[in-house]
Design a protein. Sequence first.
Length: 110
Amino acid sequence: MITWDDFAKIDLRAGTIVRAEPFEGVKKPAFKVWVDLGPEIGVKKSSAQITHRYTPAELVGKTVVCVVNFPPKQIATFISEVLVTGFPDENGHVVLTTIDKQVPNGARLF
């Protein structure tokens, strides 16, 4: 079990995917995505292994849940700045954690 203080350390924010493109030259198929996390955080980049369930065109405009307080991570030639969250389906392919009603980009999950 964790405490509320433990949970509060994870900064989960709503953001809208504003750009997505194939990530060439990586071991596992992935997309580069850019997520608008509001005026406080700005647009951040992420590498997402979601190619089995999505195309770049259908990603743009999706409101997703991101962890914004992990340190940046170098993935091949790309710096991933946030973690876009999701759940594995029955085949282990990631389904994005999305928000079903409009909230401001940068809104924090409580």
